[in-house]
Design a protein around this ligand. Structure first.
Ligand code: GDP
Ligand code: MG
Length: 668
């Protein structure tokens, strides 16, 4: 038995999904978080599965979310629909419910957020609503796990007994007539294509081209439908979409005036309005955002983060020291000991030592997200992004890009226009992802101890500026046209939920550790081998004679104009393709440093503070890791495009680094 969870954005679908299945999907106080569908088994009911679908306002085929949800409903034929309705916003939510009813599938409404309604003096006549809509309605509170068991029981019974919605018409007059006439006309096509007749005819009257083509309606019939619709538009004095929307809202309004006592404005809403007066202020909004981000970076990279990191790396150094003595005591073969200690331990260790910084950064960012602030930022950024030809919706992927480019590139799927999507995919990698953080941290610790936070912030800002510049140029050169308008509902401000924030942090830490022990682990072994042997596989005593050095020497001439033509820097950048953290582990292996403070000294042989900064700029901008390239390939549809992106980004990185180096030389 299979249920589809469907509802508006932010109505609590994922919360309910997690309650039902016991899984821990990301719940965001933020529309556009669930992009793809997720499937899970209901607890204690192993034969029942539910699918969490992206939030939608309507079943029209305009946005990626709508298409995913609609295709799932029409093509996968779930046994039943669980429609989640935000009871505190019931009028808007029922708009989708009415459309779902047209599908003529077993359907149950989970009336969520009942806690909010009752706490604020609202009342809903559940029995009356059931009678009017002809489907079971269960009041629940997903976040408090109230009514959820009842919901499952009723839903399962509904499917077992194949209870269909008791058919009712929600439109009357001209709209009703148009839908009926169309239904007569396309009965045959709807049956052969297995689409509910009522749904199909309503969509055709609404002017849904996708449905028209899916049903393979003949030209003659299209003509008749056109006439029917013209007639309806003439009589209603509205265009087709407006006429249908009006009919649905009319019905909902009548229904609610009879059965619903609306809750008064909650304290939370009042508070939100007040806070928004400041945080989304016409002039102050952006300075406030910059201030908040600067504060977060200052905490993460300044004293607090640095101290945590230092403690953590001291711990790691101590453990590596212990392992080394242990291996020596056991008289393990020198080459093997070198592989384990100088290769694996110092490589993986050098990356792992940045775990606290990353966890701290994501702790703070998820507080911002969960409180509802980030949704405001997307809204405020819309105006700025529009200048570079993007809509505020692109802000969500870009924001995710500060964590990792891979999910960010995948999140561009929520953008409804292909143009916005491609442009966003190109710009996301300029956002400084968390894998680059260890590189910054290593270099700032070595060269800019006093201005650590400042240097870090400058890199983040630099990435954004280059992104803006590229966006602007590309808009002029390649992506003519306007971004689609940005509509988003702003969620209420609230205290961040500890479990949500902790979950977010834990996921980040888990992903980071997984990478350290897989990709970085392998990369360090490969690097250790390449630097320990020459081309004829003789073990070398000086890595300058190794095959890695030969390889590095091939590339380093390209880097000479940037001021760091050292072969070790070249190989570090090369391994950075596997994962950006590998730049750090490669230096750790190549410089053969026993602990982090040695490493600092040794980096001084390769870089001056200026070239160190230039190197960081290059790392910031040059092409993201293999995983990100694969994601680009998947989203843009081809190897050629992905190759183009790699070349483009490396070129941008080189040019920017060169410019920074030259300007730096002039100033210093
Ligand atoms: P989705 O976008 O539909 O998947 O919604 P989410 O599951 O991400 O939830 C949106 C927000 O509503 C989150 O902040 C939840 O904590 C909150 N929420 C969900 N269910 C309830 C509920 O029953 N009562 C209250 N007060 N809040 C809820
Ligand atoms: Mg969700």
């Amino acid at each position: 038995m299979n249920f589809a969870l469907i509802g508006n954005p932010n109505c609590g679908k994922t919360t309910l999904f997690n309650q039902l299945t016991g899984s821990k999907q990301h719940v965001g106080n933020f529309p556009g978080v669930t992009v793809d569908k997720k499937e899970g088994k209901i607890r204690r009911q192993e034969d029942v599965t539910v699918v969490d679908l992206p939030g939608i306002y309507s079943l029209s085929p305009y946005t990626a979310e709508e298409i995913v949800t609609r295709d799932y409903l029409i093509k996968s034929h779930p046994d039943g629909i669980i429609n989640i309705v935000d009871a505190s916003n019931i009028e808007r939510n029922l708009y989708l419910t009415l459309q779902l009813l047209d599908l003529e599938m077993p359907m149950i409404v989970a009336l969520n957020m009942m806690d909010v309604v009752t706490a604020n003096g609202g009342k809903i006549d559940i029995k009356g609503l059931e009678k009017k809509l002809g489907i079971p309605i269960i009041p629940i509170s997903a976040s408090r796990n109230q009514g959820v068991d009842d919901l499952i029981r009723r839903a399962v019974r509904m499917v077992r007994e194949r209870q269909l919605p008791e058919r009712r018409d929600f439109c009357s007059g001209d709209v009703h007539r148009a839908i009926h006439s169309t239904a007569h006309l396309i009965e045959e096509e709807a049956r052969t294509h297995g689409v509910a007749l009522k749904f199909a005819s309503t969509k055709l009257v609404e002017g849904d081209e996708k449905m028209m083509n899916e049903l393979e309606i003949q030209e003659a019939e299209r003509d008749i439908i056109r006439h029917i619709v013209d007639d309806m538009e003439f009589h209603c004095g509205m265009d087709r979409e407006a006429a249908l929307a009006d009919a649905r809202y009319q019905y909902i309004e009548d229904l609610c005036s009879e059965l619903v006592v609306k809750p008064h404005e909650t304290r939370g809403q009042k508070r939100s309005v007040k806070i928004d007066r400041v945080l989304t202020h016409r002039i102050f909004a952006i300075p406030i955002f910059i201030g908040i981000m600067a504060f977060i970076f200052w905490i993460t990279f300044g004293t607090v983060g640095a101290t945590l990191s230092d403690w953590f790396s001291a711990g790691i150094d101590y453990l590596i020291g212990l392992a080394d003595t242990g291996l020596q005591a056991l008289q393990v073969n020198d080459a093997l000991r070198s592989l384990l200690i100088d290769g694996v331990c110092s490589g993986v260790g050098s990356v792992l030592s940045f775990l606290p910084t990353i966890v701290l950064l994501f702790f703070l960012l998820s507080i911002l997200e969960d409180s509802g602030y980030m949704a405001r930022v997307a809204f405020v950024m819309d105006k700025l992004l529009r200048k570079i030809g993007l809509s505020g919706r692109s802000f969500v992927p870009m924001l995710i890009g500060f964590g990792c480019s891979v999910p960010a590139i995948m999140a561009t799927r929520t953008l409804s226009s292909e143009r916005d999507r491609r442009l966003t995919v190109l710009l996301v990698p300029f956002m400084s992802c968390s894998a680059k953080l260890p590189i910054y941290a290593m270099f700032t610790a070595a060269f800019f101890t006093e201005y650590r936070a400042l240097v870090m912030i400058s890199l983040y800002v630099f990435g954004i500026l280059i992104g803006i510049l590229c966006g602007f140029l590309m808009k002029k050169l390649m992506f003519a046209g306007e971004p689609v308008p940005f509509v988003m509902e702003l969620p209420e401000y609230r205290m961040p939920a500890p479990q949500s924030v902790l979950l977010h942090m834990w996921e980040k830490a888990k992903a980071f550790m997984k990478k350290a022990f897989t990709v970085i682990f392998i990369a360090t072994i490969v690097i250790w081998f390449l630097q320990s042997f020459d081309i004829r596989f003789n073990m070398v005593s000086d890595s300058r004679e190794s095959m890695l050095a030969d390889l590095g020497h091939l590339i380093s001439p390209l880097l000479v104009p940037l001021g760091f033509g050292d072969w070790r820097a070249a190989t570090a950048l090369l391994t950075g393709f596997s994962a950006k953290e590998a730049v750090v582990s490669t230096f750790a292996v190549l410089l053969g440093a026993g602990n982090s403070s040695d490493l600092t000294v040794m980096l001084g042989d390769i870089f001056t503070p200026l070239t160190a900064y230039v190197f960081l700029v290059f790392c910031l901008l040059y092409t993201p890791c293999v995983a990100a390239i694969a994601a680009v390939k998947k989203e843009l549809g081809g190897l050629r495009q992905a190759g183009g992106v790699v070349l483009f980004q490396t070129a941008v990185a080189w040019i920017a680094a060169f410019a920074v180096y030259r300007i730096g030389l002039l100033i210093l």
